[in-house]
Design a protein around this ligand. Structure first.
Ligand code: UD1
Length: 352
């Protein structure tokens, strides 16, 4: 069984990927500082797979602590590096926090990968690297535009750093995965997204509005040059994203890569407007969403969706979940969180 180090494994995409890796026969160790997550998803992972995951609570910006994880695990065959801050608005307010955290952690993990001759490296990138593209769908060779935020800049710089390190290395190869808009939850409802504070992303904002945590969903603009005036994105189920990591790892381990560092878009290939996403949610949840049209959000791109041919051809990736299933699993997860909270407050009430 190959041992894989997953950084940021207590987060949304990391946790779903750990489940997929375990189900495909990998041994996983997790590193997370839990600064933007708890450990509850690790319990969910164990409940789904029956396998407890060895977890290191380590801040990757601390080189010595990071190095110690590698000293204790000299048999790591691959690294999947998710750990990063990802709130666009926060990155605009506090750019140094983002440049420091997202880049120092990446540099430290790459130094360790080089030191311990870890052969395979997968980097979590984002469609944010395309900025506002001139053509859609975007292919992996679509020209990258200046980043719209410091968060986006850390993903662009991160890609360059990984590519340069791999180019200079005799032993390391890698894959950069550009996620479009990951949504939904594991069908078991044992793991899902846990947004901190008021969600900025559309799908958690929809489900939290439907459950009553948010009074009203604000659509950020309906006067864009699109078919219904709202922005177009490429929503992709988080389990499909997770599976792509397993495939990318196997692709590297089996030496099927044609380049030392390949890049793949992970999107469904379908452009969906905000209003269409809301309609799909209303249909599958049988609820009427309370929403209004607000002003445009600064930095929003009008329309972007993926050309995903390369991942299909080279990784044999085939996304399985359609938009309705994305919304249905996101809604089931929100209902489960709501039930858990009710149970918890009832328990506290009885204890008092
Ligand atoms: C955002 C980030 C992107 C990041 C991705 C991670 C921005 C500008 N971009 O992408 O860099 O990689 O998250 O998931 O934040 N919307 C509403 N009302 C809401 C929330 C969203 O109308 O309450 C709209 C947005 O205007 C957008 C669409 O829904 O048109 C999707 O928004 P969101 O989920 O935040 O994703 P992105 O903006 O595509």
């Amino acid at each position: 069984m190959s041992k894989i180090l997953v950084t940021g494994g207590c987060g949304y995409i990391g946790a779903h990927t750990i489940v997929d890796l375990i189900e495909n026969g990998f041994e996983v160790i997790c590193v997370d500082d839990n600064s933007r997550s708890g450990t509850s998803l690790l319990e969910g992972i164990e409940a789904i797979t029956g396998v407890p995951v060895k977890d290191y609570k380590v801040d990757l910006c601390n080189f010595d602590d990071t190095f110690a994880v590698f000293q204790e695990n000299t048999d790591i065959k691959g690294i999947i590096h998710f750990a990063a801050y990802k709130a666009v608005g926060e990155s605009v307010q506090n750019p140094l926090l983002y440049y420091n955290n997202n880049l120092i952690s990446l540099i430290n993990i790459l130094k360790c990968a080089r030191e311990f001759s870890i052969p395979n490296f997968i980097f979590s990138s984002s469609c944010t690297v395309y900025g506002g593209p001139d053509e859609i769908p975007v292919t992996e060779s679509t020209q990258l535009k200046p980043a719209e935020s410091p968060y986006g800049a850390t993903k662009q710089m991160g890609e360059t750093i990984v590519q340069d390190v791999i180019k200079a290395s005799k032993t390391m190869q890698g894959v950069l995965l550009r996620y479009f808009n990951p949504v939904g939850a594991h069908p078991s409802t044992l793991i899902g997204e846990m947004p901190l504070g008021k969600p900025e992303n559309l799908v958690p904002a929809i489900t939290q509005t439907a459950i009553g945590k948010i009074p009203e969903l604000v659509i950020h603009g309906d006067n864009y040059p699109t078919r219904d005036g709202s922005c177009i994105r490429d929503y992709i189920h988080v389990c499909d994203i997770a599976y792509a990591h397993t495939l990318a790892l196997k692709h590297l381990i089996d030496n099927r890569n044609t380049d030392k560092c390949e890049v793949f878009n992970l999107g469904s290939g379908n452009g969906v407007s905000v209003l269409e996403a809301i309609k799909a949610f209303e249909k599958v949840s049988q609820t009427k969403l309370n929403y209004k049209i607000g002003p445009r959000r600064a930095g929003d791109i009008v329309a972007i969706y993926a050309d995903n041919k390369l991942a299909k051809e080279k990784l044999h990736w085939l996304p399985k979940y359609d938009l309705d299933q994305m919304m249905a699993t996101a809604w089931k997860w929100e209902l489960k969180l709501h039930d858990d909270e009710a149970l918890h407050s009832n328990h506290n009430f009885q204890m008092n």
